[in-house]
Design a protein around this ligand. Structure first.
Ligand code: ZN
Length: 132
């Protein structure tokens, strides 16, 4: 477990989060994740700290509205979302690509789980994942 610092592209939004990237990351085929090529890791609320940019956040929800996606009003980058699931409770879905001090080696070795969010089927990975 390490404390990583993350931000959007213009730096208006900055956060830190305690993450063990070896615990795994996620790529999803849902209509939203596909468009932003979301690469996320699950972070429990007590391990996430928004340092700057509360007023610069815009929010987007769609479908069943299980997740609040937050993006920067200025640069459009989505640093994190907040989701609610029956299994995990409330958690942050932090964009791995927004972690500024994660070493390339840490990113390369982080396990990736592919999930079939498109079909709301979280137990079986999608048949094709190479495009995600
Ligand atoms: Zn920004």
């Amino acid at each position: 477990m390490k404390t990583y610092h993350g931000s959007c592209h213009c730096q208006a939004i900055r956060f830190e989060a305690d993450i063990d990237l070896a615990d795994g990351t996620m790529r999803c085929n849902c209509s939203f994740c596909r468009k932003i090529r979301c690469w996320a890791t699950v972070v429990m609320p007590e391990k996430f700290r928004l340092l700057a940019g509360d007023a610069d956040l815009a929010e987007y929800q769609f479908g069943a509205k299980n997740e609040r996606h937050f993006f920067c009003k200025h640069c459009g980058v989505r640093p994190f979302g907040i989701a609610q699931s029956p299994r995990r409770g409330r958690f942050y879905g932090v964009s791995v690509s927004c972690l500024d001090d994660a070493a390339i080696a840490e990113l390369v070795s982080a396990p990736v789980t592919y999930v079939d969010g498109l079909n709301d089927n979280w137990d079986t990975p999608p048949e094709e994942v190479g495009y995600l």
